[in-house]
Every structure is written in C-alpha cells, then in structure tokens.
Write a protein that binds this ligand. Structure first.
Ligand SMILES: [Zn+2]
Ligand SMILES: [Zn+2]
Length: 463
C-alpha cells in the first residue's frame, strides 16, 4: 500500500470534520490517531513570530522632512483645490498616509514619500513582513514603521503599476487600461487638475488580489521556513553522522546494512521533524486553504510535505562538499543519505537542488512555489479537487506576477519553474517508496510522533 492509498484508507468519508474537531478515533486503525494529532497541529492557534526587519528607511525619513507640511493645513477639503487660484493655501492629503500630496502618482493622489515607496516596492522583490498581523495604521507620522502595511495600503487605495507602464501591462495581461499616461514623468502638481479619475476597478482589483497573495505567502514563508536567506546566514554548521545511534540503541557490530539504514532513518527523522509543523502552519495560511474540506487539507499536507521540505532545503545542498545542511546546523554527508535511501534517489535529489539553485529564486518565490505544491489538485483521495485547483490558480498567477516583476529579463523562468513541479512530484513518489521500505522494516526504533504521522508510519504502543 503506498502512502496515497494509506491516506485514503484512513480517510473514510463518513467521519469528515470529526478528524479535525475531536481527538477521539473514529475507528481502531492506528493512523487515525496520527490524523488526529496532525489535525490538532492544524487547529492550534498560531504564535506570531517576532521578526526583526522593521527598521525605518533613512531615505524616507529624509523625504518626510523635505516634504514636511504645515499640520494646520490637514483636513482642508480636497474639493476646494480644483477651484482654488491660490494653491499654497490648500492641502490635498495623500490617500495612503495623509501627508501633503504632491500629485497623481500610480493612479492615486499621493505624497512624494509614498510615490517613492510604491515605486521601490514594485521594482524590487517584495520581502515585506508585518509584526502585527498586517493591521498597522498607516499615517504620516508612522508610515515608515511597517512597510508591509504601507504597501498594502498603497494597493488598497488603488496604486497600480498600470498607470506607470500601461502598454507593457496591457500586452502582458491582455487588457488595455483606460488610463495609460505616465503621470510620474509629467511631474504633476496639485494645482493642475491632478486629482484625476479613480483607477479602473476591475483591473485594479485583480492586481490587488495578486499582490495580496504575494504578501501573504511572503509573510507566511518567512515565519515558517527555516531556510530563508536571513535564517541561513545565522546557521552554525556542525558535521554529524547519520549512522551512529543517538539514544543508546545497541548497534550490532559490525552493523548490517539494514541496521545502518534503520539508524540512519531515525536520525534523519529527528532532523526533518521540525519542518513538519512549520510546513503545516504555512499551509494553513495559504489563501483558500481554510475553505477546503478538512479531510482534503490533511491529504494535501501528507502528500505535499516531502516536496515542500525538499524545495525549501535546496539551498542547503552543497555541491563541492557533497553535503546537506539542516536548519539546526547539522551537516550530513551525501554517502550517508545514499545508505538510507539509494544512490539513484540521492543523486536525483541533489540534481533537483542544483537545478533549483541555478534559478536564483528569492524567499517569496520559493514560498509561492511551495504553496503551489501543497495546492496540487490531483492528489489521490481528494473529495473536492476543484477547490484545490482554484486555490492553486491564484498562486500560479501570483507567482507569474512576482517573476515578471523580479526577473523581467529571464523570459523562460516561469515555464522553467512549472517544469520543476513534475520533477518534484517524481521525487516525492520515489521518497514514498523508500518510506514504504521503512514501514516494512520498522521494528522498535523511536520516531518523533509527527514524523510517523505525516508519513503514516504505525507507531509502537510505548512511543
Ligand atoms: Zn503618503
Ligand atoms: Zn504592519
């Protein structure tokens, strides 16, 4: 029985939400306890992880001072401005932060600071994160405090790159924006009728939704992956042997290959397990995931875990040293992995990692890709594949937009990425065959419970 069948076998359709709502087992099959425990993980309230990238940008502080406005002018009706012959007496607030607007930028009446901020945001990769669940108030005095919320506010009030490069956008997305003049180059001021028409809602709202997905995934990935750029830099490496028993299990001497493999599996399980909860937490935050029926959520997590884990950890495969480094710094040798799995499979994993690394994806892009992996609609046993498919469609569009922004010169990158998915899927099923060997030879080693659960390995009673 492969894992797909195992998942199916333990997913009788008649217990539905009970798996996620209660801890009682529906039948006596050991895997039900498994499901209940992962389900419990999935119901746990999230702890918001503190992140440390919330430093205001000096550049914008300067802009703040340069564009400093008379606070007494705040609140003057913007409507006055159009008729006024004395523009110095009027104040038109920036729709993003309320500071004095300097014109109509990216389709919205906004200040110089927010114009520059939005320009940098759409030119560079989005790596913004919020410390407060994305609910910061954005006003002039604190607008530099949270870039994530400021960018969301920019999008919410209708800022769009459409208005900057309408033609390019129209070609790429097959739409012709009604308004394509480049407002920025015209250096419009508040005196020349610059409070223009509102942005076209349909094109705006679609783009807004995609940026929203990008931001959500970026935030979730940074919070839940051990292998982001920042975290990798902090890893202190220490070589470990996967083939030495860590917790006093007497190793036969000389060890048989089978004994080596079992000990290796156990050590590998300990190293992989911290990722399980993180991948589950990440999955819960995917847009649309909460709307999927709970049995299907569980299938997506079990079937997708290894593929997501591998995609995340690709940066830790070292080509010259032939090693793989884990989030806790443990450096394991390729030849030990070959004993645990097989040399063919390990070679395929390393090749996949090298190929991924050559694409130079940033954290946000890896996050979006792993989101797509979780939202694979043809996993065996899904009761509502269409819901999963529409979830993946949103992620695909978001990744396409992100790639077009961040890798505009690499025309084929997006299709290269899509071609990685079948390769990853094949690796996932190879891995599953190895897990199957382990299931059969599993006797008395202790495995971390979550590891047994995600791979449907039946546990010993005393564990
Ligand atoms: Zn502003
Ligand atoms: Zn915020």
């Amino acid at each position: 029985m492969d894992a797909a069948a195992a998942v199916q076998a333990t997913q009788p359709s008649n217990h539905g939400a009970a798996v996620f709502e209660t801890t009682k087992t529906v039948n006596a099959h050991a895997s039900n306890q498994v499901n209940n425990n992962i389900a419990a993980e999935m119901k746990e309230p999230e702890l918001s992880e503190p992140l440390d990238d919330n430093q205001p940008q000096a550049e914008e502080d300067l802009v703040d001072q340069a564009g400093n406005s008379d606070p007494n002018m705040v609140g003057v009706d913007p409507g006055m401005m159009a008729d006024s012959n004395s523009p110095k007496q009027t104040f038109v607030p920036c729709k993003v932060c309320g500071d004095k607007a300097s014109g109509y930028h990216y389709g919205v009446t906004s200040c110089e600071g927010c114009k520059g901020f939005f320009r940098r945001s759409i030119q560079k990769q989005i790596e913004y994160r919020c410390l407060r669940d994305g609910k910061c108030l954005v006003i002039r005095l604190n607008r530099n405090r949270c870039q994530y919320c400021r960018f969301k506010k920019c999008l919410a009030v209708g800022m769009s790159r459409d208005c900057k490069s309408g033609k390019q956008y129209a070609v790429r997305y097959g739409r012709v924006p009604k308004r394509s003049r480049s407002t920025e180059e015209q250096r419009v001021t508040t005196t020349d009728n610059s409070v223009g028409p509102e942005p076209v809602p349909t094109t705006e709202s679609k783009q807004l939704a995609l940026y929203d997905i990008i931001l959500t995934i970026s935030q979730a990935h940074h919070a839940q992956s051990q292998y982001t750029d920042d975290k990798i830099k902090a890893i202190v490496k220490k070589p470990v042997s996967l083939l030495i028993a860590q917790d006093g299990i007497p190793a036969p001497s000389p060890m048989s290959l089978e004994a080596q493999r079992l000990i290796g599996w156990q050590n590998l399980a300990v190293l992989m397990t911290p990722s399980i909860q993180k991948v589950v937490e990440f999955g819960k935050r995917l847009p649309g995931f909460a709307d999927i029926v709970q049995d299907d959520q569980l299938i997506l997590m079990k079937m997708g875990f290894f593929e997501v884990w591998l995609t995340r950890i690709t940066r830790m495969f070292n080509k010259t040293e032939q090693t793989l480094t884990f989030g806790d710094g443990s450096v394991v040798a390729k030849e030990h992995l070959e004993i645990i799995y097989s040399s063919d499979f390990v070679k395929a994993m390393f090749d996949f990692a090298y190929g991924m690394n050559e694409l130079h994806l940033n954290d946000t892009e890896i996050g979006l890709l792993t989101g797509m992996v979780i939202a694979t609609s043809d996993r065996p046993g899904l009761s509502d594949p269409h819901a999963v498919e529409s979830m993946q469609d949103g992620l695909i569009e978001a990744l396409k937009l992100q790639i077009s922004r961040n890798h505009s010169a690499e025309i084929n990158l997006f299709s290269c990425l899509l071609m990685k998915l079948p390769e990853l899927r094949t690796l996932g099923s190879y891995h599953n065959e190895h897990v199957q060997w382990f299931r059969q030879h599993w006797a008395s080693l202790k495995l971390p419970p979550l590891f047994s659960e995600i791979f449907d390995i039946i546990k010993n009673e005393e564990v």
